[in-house]
Design a protein. Structure first.
Lengths: 384, 421
C-alpha cells in the first residue's frame, strides 16, 4: 500500500516539477517516442530524400566550377595580337595582368624567323617558360630551360638546328646568339617546328617585342566575354579575340554535362520525394485510430488536423536538417573522390531543402486526412 | 492455402500494396535510368569533345619543318613532301574506322588576290568541306564540317566540286568583299560563296575546295597534311608504352584498343609515307575531362542507387509494420514463424518483381528521353541490365523487409491483437 501511495505521490511530484508544457507539445513528443519504430522509418525516408536533394543541389552548382577548372588545361581561351603582325606596346602585358588580376594566366610570345648556321629558316619564339608551364599543360617537354641561353627545341626542329645535340648559333638581322638545347618539345602542332628562348635573351638578341599574348581566363563564358571587351578597351592598338575552338568546345561539353546533371538531379529528388510521400501517407493513414480517439474525446476537427500537420511538419524539419548534414557529406565525398577537391557546403541550399521537406511532409499528411475526415470515428474505432 | 493467402492479401489490400509497389517502381526506374545514362555518358561526352576539333595530324614522313607564324607559312609552298589525296579514303579502311568521325586534308598555297582595285598576297587553304568519298562499298562524307565545327560561314558553304571560295573575315574586310562577289585569285575570277569566321588563323586566309589549291600549286593529288578526328579511349599505362617493346599478346591488346597512339599507328600503316601524331592540346585533355565526367556520373549513380534502396526499404518496412494484427491473428490460429515469414517474403518478392519490371521499363524510357533531349541520340540499354536490375530489386526489397518481418514475427500475438504494439 505504502509503495503504491509513494509511487502516486512521486508521480504527482514529478508532474508538479515538470515544466509546464502544453498538451499539444506533449502529444507530439509522446507520439514520436511511443511509436519509435514507425516514426523512425518515416524519418529515414525523409532524411534520405533531403540528403540526396542537398547533395545534388550542391553538386549542380559546384561541379560546373570544378569542370571549368579542368577545361582550363585546354590552354588559352583569349588571344591578344598586334594588328597586322606588329609588336604589342611594351606595357601591354602589365596592363593585361592588372586588368585580369589573379583570374587569368597571361603568356607573352614573340616570333622571328632566324637562320641556322647552315642557312635553314626556323621560327624562334621568345616566351616566359614559367607561365607557359601553367597555361599549356599539354606540352610534352623533356626538360624545361632554367638558365640563360638555353632553348626548348621542337621535335621536328631538332634535326635542323642541331642533329648532334650540341650548342648552335642562330642569326637574325646580323645578330647572332649562341644557345644550348635544354630539352625537346612535342605537341603535335606548329610548336614542334619552333625553338623557344627565354624572353630576356630573345629581346636582347633580336630586339623584337612580344606580338602575341595568350590568356587563359578562368570562369564562365560571361567572364571570358568581359575579359575580351575589357582588354579591347585597355589595348586599343591590339586585336583581342576569344579562341572560338576552345570557348565553344567548352560551352558545348559543359552544357551537356550540366543538362545531364540537371536531369539526374530532378529525377533523383522527385523519386525521393515520391517515396517519402508514399511512406508518410501510409504512416498517417495507419494512425486513423489515434485520429478517431481524439475526435471521440471531443477534439475539434481543426485541432486534430493541426496536430497531424504539426507532426508531419516536425518530421519534415528534423528530416531536412539531418539530411542536409548527410547530403553535404555526400557532396564533399564525391568532390574529393572525383575532383580531388572538396565541394564547398552551400548553406543557401538549406532553406530550399527545409521548405521542400516540410511541403512534402504536409502534402503526405493532407491526402489521408481528407479521407479520414469524412469517416465517423466510431467506424474507425470498430476497426473497419 | 499459401497461394490463396497471397492472392487475398493482394486483393484486399490494394492501396497498401500499391504504395509499396510505387516505391519500388520509382526506385528501380531511377536506378535503371541512372545506370543506363552513366554507362553511356562516356561515349556521349566523347563525341561532344570532338567539337574541340581534330585530335590527330597526319603529315608526310620526311617533311621539312614548317616556318609558320600566326597561321602564315613562310616555307615555299612547293617545298617539302606531300601526301597523296588518292590514299585518303584508306583512312576508312583501318581497324578503328568506326571511331574515325571525320578527316580534312589541308593544302596551303600562297596566292596573289585582288578585288575592288586592292591586291594582297594571301594564304589559300585547299580542303574538303563535306566531300563524298567511297572506300570499298562504304560511302561517307567528310571535311571541315565534321572536324572544325567552330567554323562559321556567313553565306553558304561551297560545294567540293565547285570553284567557289570562302574568304576569311579579315581578308574580306581588307578587300571589301561580300558574299556573291567575284575575287581574282592567281589571275582567275572566283565567286565568294561565303565569309568565314573561325577566331583563328583562317580569318586571314581564303579557304577553297582542295582541287582549286592543287591546280594553283600545279600538283594534282597533293595534300600537305590531314586532320583526323577520332573517338579515343583515355590514355593509360599501356597506351604510353612504346609499342616496339611489347610482346605479341600485349601488342595485340594495344593495337586493338582505340588509344590515340594506336589509331595514329594505324593511320601511318594506311597512308604510305606518312607520319601521324596526336595533337596533344586536344588529345591529352580529352582523357581528363572525360574521366572526370564519367566518374561524377558513376558516383551520382551510386548515391542514387543507395538512396532508392533506402527509400524502398523504408516503404517496405512501413508496409509490414502496419500488419502486426494480421501476424497476431495468423499466429493465434497456429501459424509458425516460418509460415508467416514465408508469406511476407513471397509478397515482397512478388512486389519486387512487379515493381521492378514496371520500373525497368519506366527507367528505360527515361534514359531514352534524356538521351534524346540532351544528346540528340539514343542511350542504349544493354539487355544484361534487366536481370541485374531485377536481382537488385528483389535483394533490396528483401533486405528492407527482413528487419520488419523479424520484428513482426517476434510479436506476442496477444499484444498484437490488442493493438498495444
Amino acid at each position: 500500500m505504502s509503495g503504491a501511495s509513494q509511487a502516486s505521490q512521486s508521480i504527482a511530484a514529478r508532474r508538479g516539477a515538470a515544466p509546464h508544457t502544453s498538451m499539444f507539445l506533449r502529444m507530439l513528443v509522446r507520439a514520436a517516442v511511443l511509436r519509435r519504430g514507425r516514426a523512425a522509418s518515416a524519418l529515414l525516408a525523409m532524411v534520405v530524400a533531403a540528403a540526396v536533394a542537398t547533395a545534388m543541389m550542391n553538386l549542380y552548382v559546384d561541379v560546373q566550377a570544378k569542370l571549368r577548372k579542368e577545361f582550363r588545361s585546354y590552354g588559352a581561351n583569349v588571344i591578344v595580337v598586334g594588328r597586322n603582325g606588329a609588336s604589342l606596346p611594351s606595357d601591354a602585358l602589365t596592363k593585361a595582368e592588372a586588368l585580369l588580376g589573379g583570374r587569368a594566366v597571361t603568356v607573352p610570345f614573340a616570333y622571328v624567323v632566324a637562320r641556322t648556321a647552315a642557312g635553314q629558316s626556323v621560327v624562334v619564339s621568345g616566351t616566359d617558360f614559367e607561365r607557359v608551364q601553367k597555361l599549356d599543360r599539354w606540352w610534352s617537354v623533356s626538360a624545361w630551360p632554367s638558365g640563360p641561353h638555353e632553348a626548348l627545341v621542337g621535335m621536328r626542329a631538332v634535326p635542323v638546328v642541331s642533329p648532334d645535340g650540341k650548342p648552335f648559333d642562330l642569326s637574325f638581322q646580323g645578330h647572332t646568339i649562341h644557345v644550348s638545347i635544354a630539352g625537346t618539345l612535342q605537341t603535335g602542332a606548329a610548336e614542334d617546328s619552333r625553338l623557344y628562348l627565354p624572353m630576356t635573351d630573345f629581346v636582347a638578341w633580336s630586339g623584337v617585342q612580344p606580338s602575341t599574348i595568350e590568356i587563359g581566363v578562368n570562369g564562365t563564358s560571361d567572364d571570358v566575354n568581359a575579359a575580351v571587351s575589357g582588354l579591347a578597351e585597355a589595348l586599343p592598338s591590339a586585336e583581342v579575340r576569344p579562341v572560338r575552338q576552345i570557348v565553344e568546345g567548352e560551352a558545348r561539353v559543359l552544357g551537356k554535362t550540366r543538362a545531364t546533371l540537371y536531369a539526374a538531379a530532378i529525377l533523383i529528388v522527385l523519386t525521393a520525394a515520391l517515396c517519402v510521400l508514399a511512406t508518410l501517407t501510409g504512416w498517417v493513414f495507419d494512425r486513423r485510430r489515434d485520429f478517431a480517439i481524439m475526435k471521440a474525446l471531443g477534439a475539434s476537427e481543426r485541432l486534430v488536423c493541426g496536430f497531424f500537420a504539426a507532426e508531419a511538419a516536425a518530421l519534415g524539419v528534423v528530416g531536412a536538417i539531418l539530411g542536409f548534414v548527410i547530403g553535404i557529406g555526400i557532396a564533399a565525398w564525391i568532390g574529393r573522390v572525383n575532383f580531388n577537391a572538396p565541394v564547398v557546403p552551400r548553406f543557401s541550399v538549406l532553406p530550399v531543402v527545409l521548405a521542400g521537406s516540410v511541403a512534402v511532409a504536409l502534402l503526405s499528411a493532407i491526402v489521408p486526412m481528407s479521407l479520414l475526415r469524412r469517416v465517423q470515428p466510431a467506424i474507425i474505432l470498430k476497426g473497419e | 492455402m499459401f497461394p490463396r493467402l497471397l492472392y487475398e492479401s493482394f486483393r484486399r489490400q490494394k492501396r497498401r500494396k500499391l504504395l509499396a509497389a510505387i516505391a519500388i517502381t520509382l526506385g528501380v526506374a531511377i536506378a535503371t535510368a541512372m545506370i543506363a545514362v552513366a554507362t553511356d555518358i562516356g561515349d556521349k561526352i566523347n563525341r561532344e569533345l570532338r567539337s574541340y576539333g581534330a585530335n590527330l595530324l597526319v603529315t608526310p614522313q620526311e617533311d621539312t619543318i614548317d616556318v609558320e607564324i600566326g597561321g602564315v607559312n613562310l616555307k615555299p609552298p612547293s617545298d617539302g613532301n606531300f601526301l597523296s589525296e588518292t590514299d585518303l579514303p584508306k583512312i576508312k579502311g583501318t581497324f578503328w574506322r568506326h571511331n574515325i568521325l571525320g578527316f580534312s586534308p589541308m593544302l596551303p598555297v600562297s596566292v596573289p588576290v585582288s578585288a575592288t582595285g586592292r591586291s594582297q598576297d594571301v594564304t589559300l587553304l585547299g580542303t574538303y568541306f563535306a566531300k563524298n568519298l567511297i572506300f570499298g562499298k562504304d560511302h561517307f562524307t567528310t571535311g571541315v564540317l565534321n572536324t572544325h565545327s567552330w567554323w562559321r560561314v556567313d553565306g553558304s558553304w561551297p560545294a567540293d566540286s565547285s570553284e567557289d571560295v570562302l574568304v576569311g573575315e579579315h581578308v574580306a574586310r581588307k578587300l571589301q568583299l561580300g558574299v556573291g562577289e567575284k575575287v581574282a585569285i592567281a589571275g582567275q575570277l572566283r565567286t565568294v560563296a561565303g565569309i568565314l569566321s573561325t577566331g583563328g588563323a583562317e580569318d586571314d586566309q581564303i579557304v577553297a575546295p582542295l582541287h582549286v589549291a592543287q591546280a594553283i600549286l600545279g600538283k594534282p593529288d597533293a595534300v600537305r597534311r590531314v586532320y583526323v578526328s577520332a573517338l579515343t579511349k583515355p590514355e593509360d599505362a599501356l597506351a604510353r608504352r612504346d609499342p616496339k617493346t611489347m610482346s605479341g599478346e600485349l601488342w595485340d591488346r594495344w593495337y586493338c584498343s582505340p588509344y590515340v597512339q594506336s589509331i595514329a599507328y594505324q593511320l601511318q600503316e594506311a597512308i604510305p609515307h606518312s607520319h601521324a601524331e596526336q595533337i596533344r592540346q586536344v588529345a591529352q585533355n580529352e582523357g581528363t575531362v572525360l574521366s572526370r565526367i564519367k566518374g561524377l556520373m558513376l558516383l551520382i549513380t551510386l548515391a542514387a542507387l543507395f538512396a532508392s534502396a533506402l527509400a524502398v526499404s523504408a516503404a517496405m518496412a512501413t508496409a509490414i509494420f502496419e500488419r502486426r494484427r494480421e501476424v497476431g491473428l495468423m499466429k493465434a490460429l497456429g501459424a509458425g514463424n516460418f509460415a508467416v515469414a514465408a508469406l511476407f517474403f513471397a509478397e515482397s518478392a512478388l512486389l519486387a518483381l512487379l515493381g521492378g519490371g514496371t520500373g525497368f521499363l519506366a527507367g528505360a524510357w527515361l534514359a531514352h528521353r534524356i538521351g534524346r533531349s540532351i544528346f540528340d541520340s539514343n542511350i542504349s540499354i544493354q539487355p544484361i541490365l534487366f536481370p541485374v536490375i531485377m536481382a537488385i530489386a528483389v535483394i533490396v526489397t528483401f533486405a528492407g523487409s527482413a528487419a520488419a518481418i523479424r520484428r513482426a514475427v517476434q510479436f506476442d500475438p496477444v499484444f498484437a491483437l490488442r493493438g498495444d504494439a
